[in-house]
Ligand binder design. Structure first.
Ligand code: TYD
Length: 241
């Protein structure tokens, strides 16, 4: 059985965990081995990194240090959990992955997208999701449902608006690998749409090793000259500092 890597992305409080759990249950019922996991923090080393990243007692963490710690969490997570599961033929259902760091540290903290991307694909040894489900919601609506805000959730309205725009821009650039859904839809309607798309994925051939490195670097590198015949939009430039 071929493994598959399905990632849930979106802002805080959009309902990723609920949908990931429903998908995992459905896949298990269909006889698949499913590994439900998340970033940041799954695993002993990762839990320590998560504590540094999210604790409100962490003061004055430099944006580049923050980006490197999130990338370290991903490197360890892929090495210890995700890749071994995919190699056994499991379906890995993961809350957040590289798009989160592109949206939060790249668009949110306004670090150079291509640089953030590079350290993350290096850290993960280029492991790409087969499908990313992006649950889109206005940040004020998502954050309103969270009782006590961690360090990232406390980053402010403008930050979270940039994060949302960052996620949507990533999905727009590579639509074949994304399912973008309005997170306000009822839970059951969303889960049905997600199941249908994942069923399609599992029936077809999928290659989680096939890279987008060139595509994303090109998109977010505003200074790069286009290749002959390449279509270039101005959206990536808006995401660059
Ligand atoms: P998450 O565990 O989804 O939040 P919670 O358990 O509180 O619902 O993610 C923690 C926070 O970390 C969230 O605000 C998003 C942020 N984050 C990044 O900034 N970069 C990343 O690469 C990842 C994975 C998460």
């Amino acid at each position: 059985m071929q493994g598959a890597f399905v990632v849930f992305e979106g802002g805080d409080g959009v309902g990723k965990s609920t949908q990931a759990a429903l998908l995992a249950e459905w896949l298990t019922d269909r006889g698949r081995e499913v590994i439900r996991t998340f970033e940041p923090g799954d695993g002993p080393v990762n839990a320590q990194i998560r504590e540094i990243l999210l604790s409100r007692s962490t003061e004055n963490l430099a944006p580049r240090a923050e980006a490197l710690l999130f990338a370290a969490d991903k490197a360890q997570h892929v090495h210890a959990i995700v890749r071994p599961a995919l190699e056994r033929g499991a379906v890995v259902v993961c809350d957040r992955y590289v798009d989160s760091t592109l949206a939060y540290q790249g668009a949110g903290r306004v670090l150079d997208m291509a640089e953030v991307e590079r350290i993350n694909w290096w850290g993960t040894d280029d492991l790409r999701p087969d499908l990313t489900v992006l649950l889109d919601l206005a940040p004020e609506a998502g954050l309103a449902g969270i009782a006590s805000h961690d360090r990232m959730e406390s980053a402010g309205e403008d930050f979270h608006a940039r994060v949302r725009a960052g996620f949507l821009a990533l999905a727009e650039r590579d639509p074949a690998r994304y399912l973008v859904l309005p997170a306000r839809e009822p839970v059951t309607a969303l889960s049905e749409r997600i199941r249908a798309r994942v069923a399609e994925l599992l029936e077809g051939e999928h290659h989680h090793e096939v890279g987008r490195r060139g595509l994303l670097s090109a998109l977010f590198d505003a200074d790069r000259d286009p290749e002959p015949g390449e279509e270039v939009s101005d959206a990536p430039a808006r995401l660059s500092p």
